[in-house]
Design a protein around this ligand. Sequence first.
Ligand code: DQA
Length: 144
Amino acid sequence: MPATIAVVHGPNLNMLGQREPEIYGHTTLAAIDAALTSRAEAAGLRLVSLQSNHEGVLVDFLQGEGWSAAGVIINPGALTHYGLSLRDALAALRAPIIEVHLSNVYRREPFRHTSVIAPVATGQITGLGWRGYLLALEWLIAQL
Ligand code: DQA
């Protein structure tokens, strides 16, 4: 069984492409997942992805796929700023975790400047649009 990369997308990211495209771009979540899957498979990895608008569903996924994954890429959406059960689920994992944001959260409203996820992540990529996910995957591939 190839090593697995788990990708987690939080609330409202299912609306990418339609949702505030001036902030989040025109690329859909399906297109992001397809690009990630293609790159992972080229590197001999398996990629599993989940989007949910519900924090508990993300926690369940991390307790399953996240636990056995070789790396985790997560855009927690607004849960970034207050999702403590999501943070605790990530803190329990052994694999490296890359937190990704499409927009540069530090150039936006003050409430977006705090991430409860960042202290349990290996690193963070913010403001580079959909390519940020691919850069996160490149880093994980380089570690394996
Ligand atoms: C986001 C930034 C968050 O503040 C916001 O709530 C999102 C998306 C981003 O990718 O830029 O839903 O995580």
